[in-house]
Design a protein. Structure first.
Length: 177
C-alpha cells in the first residue's frame, strides 16, 4: 500500500463527491474522483491510491464490483463502503470483497476517515437483541436477493414476485433504521 494520502472516491452524485473531495483535500489527501465503474477502471490505469471511498449504489449499478476491483488492484488499500442503503447482506459482501469498513450515510468526513483505521474487528463489540420491523426485514430480503442476482433489478423483482417498478420505487426510498 502507498504510504502517502492518495484517496479515490467512487460516487455517482457529483455534488456529494465534490463536497467529500474538498473535505479530504483540506485534511491533506490527494483526491481523485470516479463517477462510475468505467471511470474507476480508467483512473486505476494511472492512480495508485492507498485509500478509497466507494458508494454502494452507483446509479443503477452496484459499487460492490468496484470494491472487488480496487482490492484486486491493491490488496492493502483501505476501502470504505459508504451507503444510504445499508443492509446486513451488502455489509457482509463488501467486507468479503475487500472493504475494511462499511459506513451508513449520512456520515461525516471524521467518521469515514476513522473507518480507514478499523480494518480489524472488535471482539468487545456488544451483542444485543435487535428489534426488526417488517420494513427492515423486507429491506434486508430485497438486498439479499439483489446481491444474489448481481444487482439485476428485473431478475430481483421476478424472484421476489413483485413488479419491477414497485421494486424500483422501494429502492429509491431510504431504509428504515
Amino acid at each position: 500500500m502507498s504510504d502517502d494520502r492518495r484517496l479515490l472516491i467512487v460516487e455517482d452524485d457529483a455534488t456529494f463527491a465534490r463536497t467529500l473531495q474538498r473535505s479530504f483535500e483540506r485534511r491533506g489527501y490527494s483526491v481523485a474522483v470516479a463517477h462510475s465503474p468505467a471511470e474507476l477502471d480508467t483512473l486505476l490505469e494511472t492512480e495508485q491510491p492507498g485509500f478509497a471511498v466507494v458508494d454502494l449504489k452507483l446509479g443503477t449499478a452496484s459499487g460492490l464490483p468496484c470494491v472487488e476491483r480496487l482490492h484486486a488492484h491493491d490488496a492493502d488499500m483501505q476501502i470504505v463502503v459508504l451507503t444510504g442503503f445499508a443492509s446486513i447482506t451488502t455489509a457482509v459482501e463488501a467486507i468479503k470483497l475487500g472493504a475494511c469498513h462499511y459506513v451508513a450515510k449520512p456520515a461525516s468526513t471524521d467518521e469515514i476517515e476513522s473507518a480507514f483505521g478499523k480494518f480489524e474487528g472488535n471482539a468487545a463489540a456488544p451483542i444485543g437483541e435487535r428489534a426488526s420491523t417488517i420494513k427492515t426485514l423486507e429491506w434486508e430480503r430485497i438486498n439479499q436477493v439483489l446481491a444474489e442476482t448481481g444487482f439485476n433489478i428485473s431478475e430481483t423483482a421476478r424472484r421476489l414476485g413483485m413488479h419491477r417498478r414497485t421494486l424500483a420505487r422501494k429502492l429509491d426510498k431510504r431504509p428504515v433504521r
